[in-house]
Design a protein around this ligand. Structure first.
Ligand SMILES: Cc1ncc(COP(=O)(O)O)c(C=O)c1O
Length: 408
């Protein structure tokens, strides 16, 4: 993996004497990653729905839409206001993947539909359906709804739950009941189902930070892939028998590209992180994940040398969300051989590094390149991304944050 990525010298040439810290995307790697993701869909009908939360940069979303061509299957947004932001920038086919409830979101949703936006909202419970029905009536619009289905693996009669805590709907009967509720309301339209198998997509089974758990994780992934396939097929069959065949059957994420596209019932696969390959995606045995290249980076400036064999960079405390752990902290990437100090790690104002294993001599003023643990969260720390391609900086584009927007 290290060999695939830009060298320290290449980064230095790109950076020149630009002000640090800065964040950048290697478009060559980004485009190759898109080609790799599209390859996982070959021979299958599924289209690609781009998970916007993992980019949060309008220009990169546009590039993915263009590059996906006929495989493009819309965007998966994480917030209603974000969907509105994207619609205002000319994007369409926006599926908001997490349920909305508050009045301002409902009003905005109706407004977007009235303005001609192709939008789909997520539900997983009857009270939310009833509220969206009221909103549709108040706004005099028809709202399209997708039902979120729990794809977690439950063992020991539900005492062990492996996966995320999202939808309470697991069985075909539960999903059909809610789909009937939706279909019975004239201003709501049942558009399909979505199920995110997080215990496959988000479970790195080659994690150097917790090696003892890798065998178990690989087992969970394997068991889940076949269980998820069976459950999804049973739900789609039951919906068809109820006269409610789902138009959308969305599944997976970047971490399950080896398995989700192969399911016959899947109409679209969601992916976002794959294009940037944050370092938490290095720790998978999955073939597709291993093929991907790191494409997003940030550079800090060395401003101190507290002792021989040590350098300290200004800034860097960009810790990722999720259970805290070493795999949530930025990874020193270039030059190679730098390591974080266990008692400081990446700090609010500075990040000291042990440079004894580093063959490149570093001094004050030099850049150090890092990778974030997650794909989208880096964009919350920077106003702009530098876009690198073929040895040149080809553009500087704003992140959502740089556009003055922060959705949550
Ligand atoms: C509903 C849903 N689909 C897909 C994804 C996968 O996103 P990515 O491809 O960026 O890992 C997520 C991530 O949390 C998600 O919540």
């Amino acid at each position: 993996l290290a060999a695939m990525s830009l060298s320290y010298e290449q980064f230095r040439r790109y950076l020149g004497d630009r002000r640090l810290p800065l964040a950048m995307v290697d478009l060559d790697a980004f485009d190759r990653n898109l080609a790799r993701v599209l390859r996982t869909l070959e021979g299958h009908p599924a289209r690609l729905r781009i998970a916007t939360k993992s980019l949060r940069v309008v220009e990169l979303l546009r590039r993915l839409e263009r590059g996906a061509g006929a495989r493009f299957g819309g965007f998966m947004c994480y917030a209603l206001e974000e969907a509105a932001h994207l619609f205002d920038h000319g994007f369409d086919d926006l599926l908001v993947a997490y349920p909305i409830y508050q009045a301002s979101d409902l009003a905005l949703a109706s407004d977007l539909v009235r303005r001609g936006c192709k939008m789909t909202l997520m539900v997983d419970a009857a009270p939310t359906v009833a509220r969206l029905d009221e909103a549709a009536s108040a706004g005099d619009v028809v709202l399209s709804l997708v039902i979120c289905v729990d794809m977690a693996l439950e063992l020991a009669a539900g005492r062990v739950h492996l996966g995320v805590r999202r939808s309470p709907l697991r069985t075909p009967a539960e999903v059909v009941r809610l789909a009937r509720d939706i279909a019975s309301r004239p201003l709501l339209r049942f558009a399909g189902i979505m199920g995110y198998e997080a215990q496959v997509a988000g479970l790195g089974d080659a994690n150097p930070f917790a090696p003892a758990l890798n065998g178990l994780k690989a087992l969970i992934r394997r068991a889940s892939v076949s269980e998820v396939r069976t459950r999804r097929r049973a739900i789609v069959t039951a919906l068809g028998e109820a006269g409610l065949p789902p138009g959308i059957v969305n599944g997976g994420g970047s971490g399950s590209l080896d398995s989700t596209p192969e399911e016959a019932v899947i109409t679209e696969v969601a992916a976002g992180s794959a294009f940037l390959k944050p370092h938490s995606f290095d720790y998978y045995k999955s073939r597709t994940m291993r093929d991907l290249e790191p494409a997003a980076f940030f550079a800090l400036e060395v401003t101190r040398q507290p002792s021989a064999g040590m350098v300290t960079c200004l800034g860097g405390g960009y810790v990722a969300s999720g259970p805290p752990g070493a795999d949530k902290i930025p990874l020193p990437w270039r030059p190679e051989g730098l390591s974080l100090l266990s008692n400081e790690m990446c700090g609010e104002v500075q990040t000291p590094l042990d440079a004894r294993g580093c063959s490149t001599p570093l001094g004050v003023g030099d850049p150090v390149v890092f990778r974030h643990a997650k794909a989208g969260e880096l964009a919350e720390r920077f106003n702009r991304y530098l876009l690198l391609q073929g040895g040149e900086i080809v553009d500087t584009v704003p992140t959502y944050r740089g556009q003055g927007r922060c959705f949550f």
